[in-house]
Design a protein. Sequence first.
Length: 322
Amino acid sequence: MNRSSVSPIDLGATRTHSPAEEEDGLSHDAVKDVGAEEDESINVDDDARTDKRLNWTVEEDKQLASAWLRNSKDPVDGNGKKVERYWEDVTTEYNKNTETSRKRNRNQLKIRWDRSRKPLTDFHGVWVNADRVWQSGMSDDQLTDKALEMWAGQNSGKAFHLLHMWKVVRGQQKWSAYIARLKKEKEKSTKANSNLSAVVNLDLDGEKRPMGQKKAKKELKGNKKGNDALSNLNNKFDKFIEASNKNRAEREKMIEIQQSLADKKIEAAKISHEAAHEQTKCKMLETYTQLLLTPHDQLNADALAERNLALESMRLALFPNN
């Protein structure tokens, strides 16, 4: 199963829809990311006033994720579809095997997916970080449990409610491509902002060039007020540039500190895990030695068989290559 290498920093920021999201048929409307809680409900009919509401079930979440995946894999239409046509096809796929009383329209499915997308990508980043810390010695289920613990720690103890949905899309080609595009667009945006900052600094530096000799003589002769105003403006520009550079340096230093702390936290967790493993192995070795050296002449057949079985199990765990 493929594992995408994207951090929560890459995926967790609130932003407008990117070209990659539009390509995958996501809505342009601003939709509040509320974590897509399990008990979220929607009106059965958006075109009429009604008190009837329909809660989303786990199976319906899975069905929506599957429809999103299957439709986007179309070899003919694929991701070239317009947003509205794309979601019409997803809606048709979703409602194909849905009982009449549980069918939903296009807008309802779009809203549910848009609200679920950010928690799904955020958790994916947390899972990738967990995989970096515990790359070996853990089963896939144990690794997922660690990611859930990390999620709760980063979200004030709140549980991740969309694990069932994440398991549907995880490892799928469409989801991996979507995650890769988000990361690429994030890198492009960061690079563009950096280049823009450099251009602005060059323009501002140009304002500080010394005044020409002829212009200086002219202003000295008869335009003292204008000269004072220009001098005042230049001073303000100088202060603005100085403050901007200072703020940028402080932000960059803060980012470096935060990244360093994150790296140290991950490394400390890995060391702690390895130390616990070694401690367990030492205790097992001590027990194995004691059991091996303990006299067994007086043991009956059953007790002797249990002793030998225990010794063999511990030997395989301690010395797997022997």
